[in-house]
Design a binder for this molecule. Structure first.
Ligand SMILES: [Zn+2]
Ligand SMILES: [Zn+2]
Length: 375
């Protein structure tokens, strides 16, 4: 405990010892850097933890979260999309990084939330993320021109730590279903050949189904659930995989210079979401257990045991772009540089391109006719 207190003192040190400016975490490194004098401070790693700490889910629910380490954070809530995120220090106006509407900044609200235990620090720096972002925009067909202009401003890219839950659980699933075994058989059929009805034979494949039931066991580790409602889940899922093996103990210093979103999905709701992910895997296990050539699952009943969870933060470079009153979001995995995004289409560009294609078609048609007539 004493040791942890000591590291805490060090971890709150965010001022440059040379010039007093705010130190920012330098992506891909283990140090904080001063933008003014270049001075670098090493982030003191918390006492090496080889075993990743998990929180007991049932106990947490029964005790209403008492005993779980909390954290006070000051966030600004967006009136438009509901996202709560921390602000960059010393700013008086800003746009919501999730929906691009302007934020009303009046001091922010202090919230007590479950303290994140681990995080993956940013590895891709803003410059690299911005290059990836620009390359991605350039690759888009029919993107409006002002999107390409928009992509010229690196400041539009926000480095955000996004909240996630991870769940572990051992499951036991009773199922009923059917096993299908293929067999071939020769059948006769009639057909008409040369105006005559004839009988022929052919080999066909059929499936014989038998009723089966059984129990399968799965052991889930780190089922990842997005704890934000502000990002489209299909895109954040596409940002996976995350190199979870490199997860680091939480330290404020990694957050310096970046913004953090606080979770909107609670622990219980998050677990329901994790069940959907686990069930997909359990179905695969059941099918393998049934065997044969085909499988049908009639019913499955799962009990979840030894459920534990933890709160983690994952790094995403984020940009929200407004076009024709709609919001389009781009996300870059802050570890791998993988880009995902919603994309606007320029109707004018599509129409012009279609007209051009038609014009070429017409020109070719008449060109061929002219050629044929003149030869
Ligand atoms: Zn300095
Ligand atoms: Zn918003």
């Amino acid at each position: 405990m004493e040791l942890e207190e000591k590291t805490k003192d060090v971890s709150n040190q965010l001022d440059c010892r040379e010039c007093g400016a705010l130190l920012k975490y330098a992506p891909g490194t283990t140090h904080l850097k001063c933008e003014y004098c270049g001075c670098a401070n090493e982030i003191k790693a918390a006492a090496e933890t080889t075993v990743v700490e998990e929180i007991d889910f049932e106990k947490f629910l029964n005790e209403n979260g008492i005993g779980v380490e909390k954290q006070e954070i000051v966030t600004v809530k967006c009136n438009n999309c509901g996202a709560s995120s921390t602000l960059k220090p010393n700013i008086t106006s800003d746009n919501c990084p999730f929906c691009a509407s302007s934020l009303v900044i009046t001091g922010g609200t202090a919230n007590s939330i479950i303290k994140p235990k681990y995080l993956l620090p940013f590895k891709v720096d803003q410059k690299t993320a911005f290059e990836d972002f620009k390359a991605w925009i350039k690759s888009l067909w029919f993107a409006p021109n002002d999107l390409k202009n928009y992509a010229d401003n690196a400041e539009k890219l926000n480095g955000m730590y996004i909240p996630y839950w991870t769940y572990n659980s051992k499951t036991e699933s009773d199922y009923t279903g059917e096993r299908g075994i293929d067999y071939t058989t020769v059948e006769t059929y009639t057909t008409v050949e040369d105006g005559k009805t004839v009988t022929r034979e052919r080999t066909v494949t059929r499936t014989r189904w038998t009723y089966v039931s059984g129990t399968v066991y799965n052991d889930f580790d780190d089922v990842l659930v997005l704890a934000s409602n502000s990002l489209p889940e299909s895109y954040t899922t596409a940002l996976e995989p995350w190199d979870m093996q490199n997860i680091t103990a939480y330290n404020d210093q990694y957050l310096s210079g970046f913004r953090t979103e606080s979770y909107q999905v609670d622990v219980k709701t998050g677990f329901e979401k994790s069940k959907v992910i686990m069930n997909g895997e359990i179905r695969n296990t059941i099918c393998a257990h049934i065997g044969g050539d085909h499988q049908r699952i009639g019913s499955m009943e799962t009990t979840y045991n030894d459920i534990t969870f933890k709160h983690i933060l994952l790094p995403i470079w984020l940009s929200a772009y407004r076009y024709n009153d709609k919001v389009f979001r781009f996300m870059i995995n802050g570890r791998t540089g993988e880009v995902q995004g919603e994309r606007p289409y320029s109707v004018i560009k599509i129409v012009l391109t279609s007209l051009a294609v038609i014009a070429i078609g017409v020109a070719v048609y008449f060109g061929i006719r002219y050629y044929n007539q003149s030869h």
